[in-house]
Design a protein around this ligand. Structure first.
Ligand SMILES: Nc1ncnc2c1ncn2[C@@H]1O[C@H](COP(=O)(O)OP(=O)(O)O)[C@@H](O)[C@H]1O
Ligand SMILES: [Mg+2]
Length: 254
């Protein structure tokens, strides 16, 4: 594996609530290499968002360690971009100004920043929509814009929390192809959270399978496909074999 970028060891998270403690994460150990694409896969409530928020510096942990480039994560970092399930674009700003927001929060936007935003929007097929407002775009287009916003300051790490969960299956497939291309083009380290087995297998080099109560890692699966992924992979027998192997972890009796 490449050099370790994200290092999680013995990580625990307990939420103290009125009705008692919720053990959201239990003894999570994981290292992620520079440039790797990893998915965290698991059912609802197994602590995926909690883990992503800890990596994003948006949530404290109770015990254990979480670091990026050897530095403990204590607050949001400039070299990390985050995409959430909802695009959360500001309705009164046009798409380009939404994409530029993370820069604007820190400093004055320069023509170079505008050029970077514009290049990203073009890359995801939104070049002609930069002056439009969010409500003029479809859900898939808004989520593309949210990905551009997460990338505009050129972070090393891209964290995504079920970014395509609210989209229809065809849009989702198209965006997955796009995410694969962005990852190959930019050499970012990507951590994707998903509860979709095909999405995890299609995009990742490693799938981290999580189980609930308390949230923990139950398996780590290497995905033996090359970096470039195309939709015909979804119909291959190897894809089906790997997916059904993972599905066994989530079989429920009803
Ligand atoms: N702020 C919070 N306060 C109390 N409990 C929380 C909080 N955030 C998450 N939890 C609990 O922690 C567990 C993991 O939640 P979460 O990380 O959102 O799971 P996932 O993203 O896998 O669905 C759940 O039982 C959830 O109810
Ligand atoms: Mg979640």
């Amino acid at each position: 594996m490449s050099q370790t970028l994200i290092d999680i060891s013995g990580l625990n998270k307990v939420f103290a609530t009125k009705t008692g403690d919720v053990h959201a994460l239990s003894d999570v150990n994981l290292t992620i290499g520079t440039g790797e694409f990893v998915s965290l896969l698991g059912p609802s409530g197994c602590g995926k968002t909690t883990l992503l928020k800890i990596l994003a510096g948006l949530e404290d942990h109770t015990s254990g360690e979480a670091s990026i480039s050897g530095a403990p994560i204590t607050k949001p970092r400039g070299d990390v971009g985050v995409v959430f399930q909802k695009p959360t674009l500001l309705p009164w700003r046009n798409i380009e100004d939404n994409v530029l927001l993370p820069i604007e929060l820190h400093r004055k936007v320069t023509p170079k920043d505008r050029a970077a935003a514009s290049a990203l929007l073009t890359k995801v097929g939104l070049g002609e929509f930069s002056r439009k407002h969010p409500d003029e775009l479809s859900g898939g287009m808004q989520q593309r814009a949210a990905i551009c916003r997460a990338l505009v300051h050129n972070p090393d790490v891209l964290l995504m929390d079920e970014p395509f969960g609210a989209l229809d299956a065809m849009t989702r497939d198209a965006l997955n192809v796009e995410v694969n291309r962005i990852w190959r083009d930019t050499a970012k380290t990507v951590v994707l959270i998903t509860h979709s087995i095909p999405e995890a297998v299609f995009l990742s080099e490693r799938v981290i399978v999580m189980g609930p109560r308390p949230g923990r890692i139950i398996d780590i699966i290497d995905i033996p496909f090359g970096k470039e992924r195309t939709l015909d992979l979804l119909g291959s027998s190897e894809f089906a074999r790997i997916s059904s192997g993972i599905r066994k972890y989530f079989e429920v009796t009803v």
